[in-house]
Ligand binder design. Sequence first.
Ligand code: PLP
Length: 433
Amino acid sequence: MKFYSTNRLSPEVDLRTAVTKGLAPDRGLYMPETIYPLDPSFFAQMETLTFQEMAFRVAEKFFGEDIPAEKLEEIVNETLSFGTPLIEIEPDIYSLELFHGPTLAFKDVGARFMARMLSYFLSEEKETVHVLVATSGDTGSAVANGFLGIEGIRVHVLYPKGKVSEIQEKQFVTLGQNITALEVDGSFDDCQALVKSAFMDEELQRKMVLTSANSINVARFLPQAFYYFNAVAQLKKKHKKIVFSVPSGNFGNLTAGLMAKRMGLPIERFIAANNSNDVVYQYLKNGIYKTKPSVSTIANAMDVGDPSNFARILDLYGQDHAGICKDMTGTTYSDDQIRESLLSCFTKTEYLTDPHGAVAYRALKEHLQPDELGIFLETAHPAKFTETVEEIVGKGNVPMPERLQEFMKGEKKTVPMGLEFGEFKKYLLSEST
Ligand SMILES: *Cc1c(COP(=O)(O)O)cnc(C)c1O
């Protein structure tokens, strides 16, 4: 399979190059040249397949030409060492729980898959590979844990100082080994800008093997389609139209859903559920895409003012605003509205969401039509945001899973970093020797 850049100014590449480079030289995002639909026989037997079997059939469509089947199957099986249960929390409203992985957020799926695919492609590489990742909270932990201890790979996690929860932070600042956390005195967008600049820097490119583990990487982005299939397969009622409500920041998760729809999965439409960072909402409303500095909210993993995967959405629909609006609507909610929905969901249904899931839940409550059923993506376990969630539902109401407690015991170690690219570059060069 060939992968092209959304900017169409650099040459098409093979899977290996797309995965090891992350971003195209023209700063575009890679897209698969062809999106193959799954066969009718697959859809007919979907319910009888395990999640791993189903995911392998999906993965083959993107990666099957470039990776031997047994290897791909191994990558899929190791990635999906946990499930994504679909829970009906009230009539026609379902939670797709994506937090059963090691760091309790959906990013485990993409990060674990990418770590394994990258080490497959780099097993012959002699130099150390440096993985750069900017995080607004959950990416850092998922990527760091996905790569922890993998030989020949060093991970540098950039995160905005003071803007992630203590638990999120603990999951990547305490690991040590081949993982370094850089505490950036700025916002998530600043972190992302530093990473992008590193990829554009000729000297760094010459002296080090750099790759990105943000959702711009196809090996992180595409596997996120797996659980949309798994959700539909778990539905008992099939007579209603299926709507997915996706709490969105960089839009990798939602775009993977659009890919699943293109592959033939019967999804009626998507709701892009946003906090007050609403650039995509504004685009859907008036056709104008205007980036903005991100603002801090209680759903901090979605505090993104220039969502990177938006380029993929535009590309997928040939820049057609009307086409995009047919498959996708948007919502935007304030912190007060998020709190109110989290509390009312908990009070009425006893189901506790995290702040991100609460955004998507509210979008379904407001916009679901009578002939539709809604699935919201519960992207993180509420305990990852214990402080915020306890403030809303009261102390003692947020259970703390054991694997989170383990992280809390570790000691924090970070490298402080300013906003000057020069400083970041100096740090990287010092790491390259
Ligand atoms: C990253 C994240 C999101 C946003 O996902 P995107 O793919 O960036 O849109 C939503 N919720 C949680 C909990 C996250 O960690």
